[in-house]
Design a protein around this ligand. Structure first.
Ligand code: ADP
Ligand code: MG
Ligand code: MG
Length: 210
C-alpha cells in the first residue's frame, strides 16, 4: 500500500495554496455575506507564507513539515481561521511524530487529532455552521473507507466528497460560533466560508496524496 511521505505532504500544501488562491474571491464573497469579508485574503496570505517557508528549506520529516505549516498559519493569519487551521496542522503533526512513511490508519488518527484540536480551540459542535461541519464528516468517511480496506487515495477521495456535502449542508444552518453567529437567524441561507475552505483542503489532499 502506498504511504504518505514529507514530499507528498508538501505536494498537498502547495496544491491547497494554489486552490485557495484560485478561490480567494469566492471565499471572501461568502465571508462578506455572514462575516467580515476577509476569509479568502486570510487563507491566501497564510498559504502563501506556507509556500514561502517550503521554498526556503527542505521538507524534513512529515511532523516537522506540518509543524512549520501550523506555526506559519498562526503567525500570519489574523482572525479565527489562523489559530484554527494552525492548531489543525500542529495537531496533525503531533500524530505523525517519528514517522517517515505514514500509512492510512496513522494518517487517519493524525487527521482526527487535528479535528480534536480545532474543537478544543473553537468549541464548535457539528451543526454550528463552521469548518467542523466539513472536517468531522470527512474524517468519519475516511475512517469508514479505511475500515473497509481502502488505501489512502480512496479514503481521501471519500473524505473530500463528505467534506463537500458537509459544506453544502451548512447553507440552511444558523451559525452558533464565530462572527456569523452575531447575525443569528440571518446567517441561514449562506454557505459557511470556513467549511468551504476545509472542503478545498480535503479535495486538495485527495488530488495530491499519497
Ligand atoms: P474571522 O471570522 O475572524 O474574520 P475568517 O473569516 O478567516 O476569520 O474565518 C471564518 C471561519 O472560521 C468561519 O466561516 C468558520 O468556519 C470558522 N470559525 C469561526 N469560529 C469558529 C469556531 N469557534 N470553531 C470552528 N470554526 C470557526
Ligand atoms: Mg472573516
Ligand atoms: Mg476577520
Amino acid at each position: 500500500m502506498p504511504e504518505v511521505t514529507a514530499e507528498g505532504l508538501e505536494r498537498w500544501l502547495r496544491r491547497f495554496a494554489d486552490v485557495v488562491h484560485d478561490h480567494a474571491a469566492e471565499l471572501t464573497e461568502l465571508d462578506s455575506a455572514i462575516g467580515d469579508a476577509d476569509h479568502g485574503s486570510n487563507m491566501d496570505r497564510g498559504m502563501r507564507a506556507v509556500v514561502g517557508a517550503l521554498d526556503g528549506g527542505a521538507a524534513g520529516a512529515p511532523d516537522a513539515l506540518l509543524k512549520k505549516t501550523g506555526m506559519t498559519l498562526v503567525s500570519t493569519v489574523g482572525g479565527a481561521s489562523g489559530p484554527l487551521y494552525g492548531t489543525f496542522f500542529l495537531r496533525v503533526a503531533g500524530g505523525l511524530v517519528g514517522g517517515q512513511a505514514v500509512d492510512a490508519a496513522t494518517l487517519g488518527r493524525a487527521l482526527r487529532a487535528g479535528l480534536e484540536g480545532v474543537v478544543a480551540r473553537g468549541r464548535a459542535e457539528p451543526g454550528d455552521k463552521t469548518m467542523v461541519d466539513a472536517l468531522a464528516p470527512a474524517l468519519d468517511a475516511y475512517d469508514a473507507a479505511v475500515a473497509g480496506g481502502a488505501g489512502i487515495a480512496d479514503a481521501l477521495s471519500a473524505a473530500a466528497d463528505a467534506a463537500e456535502e458537509g459544506c453544502a449542508a451548512t447553507i440552511p444552518l444558523v451559525a452558533r460560533k464565530g462572527r456569523a453567529s452575531y447575525l443569528g437567524p440571518r446567517s441561514a441561507g449562506h454557505q459557511d466560508p470556513g467549511a468551504t475552505s476545509t472542503a478545498l483542503l480535503l479535495r486538495s489532499a485527495a488530488d495530491s496524496l499519497p
